[in-house]
Design a protein around this ligand. Structure first.
Ligand code: NAP
Length: 245
């Protein structure tokens, strides 16, 4: 599979890229830091990626570069079967409430710019006759929750966008996969107290790759979070207001 991945220098994206390399996929790494990209490319080549792993610079804070980066990925791969977006940023609700610039940046990166990147990816994939667009949202987008109001709002918007895209384009051959991780131990969550059911990036990556191969539209990872969020979705507002989840 010819795949472009934005956000594979760390965390779940890195684990997913490693799994894909180990089965011999052809990979183009998109990211903002050239040194990190080259280091990740070497790691993937050693793990068996088909041919040379290509690197293309793409910063989620620079929407003007998205179409060019995806075109460059497609050219270097000689086609495009899948685009995966794991890149994203996180900050706590307290940090975001204390710093309006940080809040503006997170809302832009995790919602508006991720959507714009997906729009560019969608166009490229449809021009190839279809393919898979997989983006990492979050269980944080399932309900308004006190500790993650702003981050959750950005992810809620992203989840809705991805669902609409899947409804509209499945019949055109574009499969849109929304990944909803629960708490996963990565650099993003370093320093936070892991809750029960916290996952490891390798396990999430295995689950996501299965969903990509099958075209499963929504994947909770680790799987237990589907159950946790079913309970949370069912809670009355009066209870949500009282708890600190
Ligand atoms: N970890 C969790 O518990 C959790 C839970 C729910 C959802 N998620 C979501 O899952 C996704 C992956 O999370 P993770 O935990 O694997 O995160 P991570 O370890 O922090 O990795 C994030 C990746 O995003 C890249 N990135 C950040 N800002 C970027 C930008 N402006 N342009 C390009 N790339 C950028 C980083 O690249 P650099 O190396 O350049 O920084 C890195 O490769 C994110 O969308 C996150 O919101 C995570």
């Amino acid at each position: 599979m010819k795949t472009a991945i934005l956000g594979a220098t760390k965390g779940m994206g890195r684990s997913l890229a490693r799994l894909m390399a180990e089965r011999g996929d052809t990979i183009c790494l998109l990211g903002r830091n050239g040194v990190d990209l080259e280091r990740s490319a070497t790691d993937l080549s050693v793990r068996g990626a088909f041919g040379t792993v290509v690197c293309v610079r793409c910063d989620l804070e620079e929407p003007g570069t998205f179409a060019g980066a995806i075109d460059a990925a497609r050219e270097s791969l000689g086609g495009l079967d899948a685009v995966i977006v794991t890149a994203g940023v996180f900050a706590t609700q307290d940090e975001l409430e204390a710093d309006s610039e940080l809040a503006e940046r997170l809302l832009r990166v995790d919602f508006a710019n991720t959507v714009l990147f997906c729009e560019a990816a969608k166009k490229a994939l449809l021009s190839e006759g279809g393919g898979t667009l997989c983006a990492f949202s979050s269980v944080a987008g399932e309900r308004g929750r006190k500790p993650i109001i702003l981050y959750g709002a950005a992810k809620a918007g992203l989840t809705h966008y991805l669902e609409g895209l899947d409804h509209k384009h499945r019949e055109n051959g574009l499969r849109v996969i929304t990944v909803k991780p629960g708490f996963v131990k990565t650099s993003m969550t370093a320093g936070l107290e892991p809750p029960p059911f916290a996952g490891e990036p390798e396990g999430v990556a295995r689950r996501v790759l299965r969903a990509i191969d099958r075209g499963t539209p929504v994947v909770y990872a680790p799987a237990i979070w589907a159950l946790v969020m079913a309970v949370i979705r069912a809670l009355p507002r009066a209870i949500m207001r009282r708890i600190n989840f």
